[in-house]
Ligand binder design. Structure first.
Ligand SMILES: Nc1ncnc2c1ncn2[C@@H]1O[C@H](COP(=O)(O)OP(=O)(O)OP(=O)(O)O)[C@@H](O)[C@H]1O
Ligand code: SF4
Ligand SMILES: [Mg+2]
Length: 349
């Protein structure tokens, strides 16, 4: 097990039962994903490791291009050429997914793994009625009558806050508002109570009030069905209200992880602190985010050693010459930084 993986124990109250460690539902280890592009081969995900337990929400955050979506797609087995999983392990309830035949992955995607995207039409078929899509999704994997499948679909719509679901079932996706359409996509993704749901910015395009309602509904559903979620976003205010733990990505690496309250209240990594500095407070909605000075590096030209060094106010010569390794901290935290922001001594490895 890598230093990073071993430094990611479960947060308090999670991952243990009767003092025994519980197997995580999803376990990602040392994941490396590359893209062969004109400029050469770029490493979009560079040694990422994390665990997610039953009913837990892991928030995956970071600026644009940090590798969040590619990590999510890799979990579902959806990295396509020019992308390639070079190394690592992705285990679903102990079962290795990397290297599985596409036919098996497709079967898993309908049942135990699910993903929702910013555009709900990635999940929904525009030319089919909602009932056709949802009933087909159920009956493709389960031997149930059409009536039983319709009942399930109606219940699922009710749970994501869609009024008069019987009527709505006979509609086409374009007859719904953006928020309602996303609710249908979420209801469809959760029909089988998947073991893992990867959500890639599904509420970003929505109005703040609708966003909050959908987040609350998804949270309740996941808790009820025990679904483990990886929630990808660049918006820390979404994570603050939704996630149990947070993993902060920068240039393809996880640079900090921990329980969400710990990380947001006392960040260890200067990049995390920069991101927090750019979150609008509740009463400042609509005000543009402050920016961390400088640009996210192009993956074709990642700075040497700590990739954050050109933008970091604490950067030293060490940061420009030696890659900081994942270091465990008290409270099941991890950060990769030579000059961490908290005074606490790193916990023994
Ligand atoms: N289809 C592709 N072809 C070539 N390179 C790609 C492709 N998809 C991703 N990449 C590379 O992987 C990097 C990470 O992409 P990814 O989509 O995971 O970023 P992200 O963190 O999800 O960003 P955003 O917040 O903008 O969605 C990109 O910067 C790009 O260099
Ligand atoms: S290692 Fe150095 S450059 Fe990188 S985040 Fe820490 S202080 Fe900044
Ligand atoms: Mg993305």
């Amino acid at each position: 097990m890598s230093a990073e993986a071993s430094s990611l124990p479960s947060p308090q109250g999670r991952g243990t039962q009767g003092g025994r460690a519980m197997t995580p539902i999803l376990s990602v280890r040392d994941l490396v994903v590359t893209f062969a592009i004109r400029e050469g081969v770029v490493t979009a995900v560079n040694g990422v490791s994390f665990d997610v337990h039953r009913g837990e929400v892991l928030g995956l955050v970071g600026e644009s291009g940090s590798g969040k979506s590619v990590t999510g797609l890799a979990i579902l087995g959806l990295v396509d050429a020019p992308g390639r999983i070079e190394a690592g392990s992705i285990r679903l309830e102990g079962e290795e997914l990397i290297g599985k035949p596409e036919r098996e992955l497709r079967r898993l995607r309908g049942k135990r793994l699910a993903m929702i995207f910013q555009d709900p039409m990635t999940t929904l078929n525009p030319v089919l009625r909602i009932d056709t899509q949802m009933i087909e999704a159920i009956r493709a994997h389960e031997n149930v009558s059409e009536k039983a499948a319709r009942d399930r679909a109606r219940q699922a719509l009710l749970k994501v806050g869609i009024p008069s679901p019987e009527e709505r079932l006979t509609a086409y996706p374009h007859q719904f508002s953006g928020g309602m359409r996303q609710r249908v996509a979420i209801a469809t993704a959760l029909l089988h109570r998947p073991a893992v749901l990867v959500a890639d910015e599904p509420t970003t395009a929505l109005d703040v009030t609708i966003q909050a309602q959908i987040l609350a509904e998804v949270q309740e559903l996941a808790a009820e069905s025990g679904t483990a979620m990886v929630w990808i976003t660049h918006d820390l205010s979404v994570i603050a209200g939704l996630a149990d733990r947070i993993a902060v990505m920068y240039a393809g690496r996880i640079v900090e992880t921990g329980a969400v309250a710990d990380v947001l209240e006392r960040p260890i990594h200067p990049y995390t602190a920069g991101l927090i500095g750019s979150v609008p407070s509740r009463n400042k909605r609509g005000v543009p985010l402050a920016q961390i000075p400088g640009m996210t590096p192009s993956l074709a030209k990642v700075p040497p050693a700590c990739p954050f060094n050109p933008r970091c106010p604490r950067a030293s010569v060490t940061c420009r010459t030696i890659m900081p390794e994942p270091t465990p901290y008290d409270g099941a935290r991890m950060a990769r930084c030579h000059h961490p922001l908290i005074e606490q001594a790193p916990a023994a490895a």
